[in-house]
Ligand binder design. Sequence first.
Ligand SMILES: Cc1cc2nc3c(=O)[nH]c(=O)nc-3n(C[C@H](O)[C@H](O)[C@H](O)COP(=O)(O)OP(=O)(O)OC[C@H]3O[C@@H](n4cnc5c(N)ncnc54)[C@H](O)[C@@H]3O)c2cc1C
Length: 381
Amino acid sequence: MVEHLLTADEAAHHAALLKDLDRWRGEPAHWDRAGRLPEPVIRWCREQRLTGAALPAELGGGGWDAVRTGLLYEAMGRVSASLASLVNVHDMAAQVVVRWGTEEQRRDVLPPLANGSRLAAIAMTEPQAGSDLSGIETNLEERDGRLLLNGCKVFITFGQQADVFLVFAQRAGQSIACLVDRDQPGLTVTPMGEMLGLRAAALGRLEFRDCEISPSAVVGRDGFGLAVLVPLALEHGRHAVAWMAAGMLHEVFLAASEYALERRAFGRALIEHGQVQSLITRMGTDLEATRHLCLAASRALDSGDSAATDRVLTAKYFACRVLEEHSAQAVQLLAAQGALESGVTARVYRDAKVLNILEGTTQILERMLAPRLASAARRRS
Ligand SMILES: Cc1cc2nc3c(=O)[nH]c(=O)nc-3n(C[C@H](O)[C@H](O)[C@H](O)COP(=O)(O)OP(=O)(O)OC[C@H]3O[C@@H](n4cnc5c(N)ncnc54)[C@H](O)[C@@H]3O)c2cc1C
């Protein structure tokens, strides 16, 4: 459990979240098969104010700090990574507007996002630009006195179900972002097709054809898109994904432990076999290490520590890497049971793979972390 690392208030908050989310435990296999979250589940998240939990209280959000928000993702990750991703992409988009939105956007756009009446998603990736977003071709230009958006975004989590998108584009070679409503003429949303993981996250493809944008929908200044807004969104996203991975690892560790204790082979419980002991020990210690790294990241964010970005990167990298390794091991340990498509281990195994692709692939995080870790080591020597 993570409780021994928390204050009494934080532990009570976590326990309440786990209890509330328990109602959905039997459902995720159905959601994955349907390829989307059912409307009642999304409505429940909105009504519980989970989508706006981390948004400022003065705008109608929950005003939760990073620790409480992290615990929400951990609790959601135990149920379904797709469910946790609903809150995550909404929060990533909204937090950019909280920090860089105009007064008008704070007044008109944020309250419905904070109180759960509208859902947001974030659109960065394009067919030709994923890890390297400097290749974004979606173009915003003024023509005949109108601001028109043209281009294509792919793999947009909850693209099929969100009400509004934060879209990254370029204007005269400068990177920018703007808000686009899903019913805006000139925007067509189509399903991405079935994914390996996050199957219930209703990924969408967005096609903009002379989609007219109000000048008041531009967020931040020209040139801010990649330099300021993307890093801000990704920091929120990575913090969320790290905690969600901790929740998922908790689930596979539980499944692996129960199976190792109950299942007998060659006259003994599996847990008495050396190879299984090694697997369970590595899984359990990596789970504990993941929780420490996630909490260190949250506490650094809450205290405004200058090392917060490094801590978030480290937590996301480590949590997702060990989750991928151990979810594969858990499938191996539970063997045929583990390979059942509707089971927890198989679902987490699929979801773990894609968590190592989004919010910065493993390789991109290594590219970012290696120089930071090496320089920090030299500074401390
Ligand atoms: C389930 C899922 C949900 C997603 N949701 C969203 C969303 O909501 N919004 C959104 O905008 N995008 C979303 N994405 C897209 C995601 O952000 C991109 O897939 C990711 O950034 C990687 O881009 P790419 O797939 O184009 O891979 P590429 O950038 O083409 O990379 C291909 C491979 O090359 C490696 N690589 C690239 N550059 C380097 C380098 N310099 N050194 C070493 N290796 C390198 C990568 O690690 C990868 O293995 C989602 C993706 C998935 C799978």
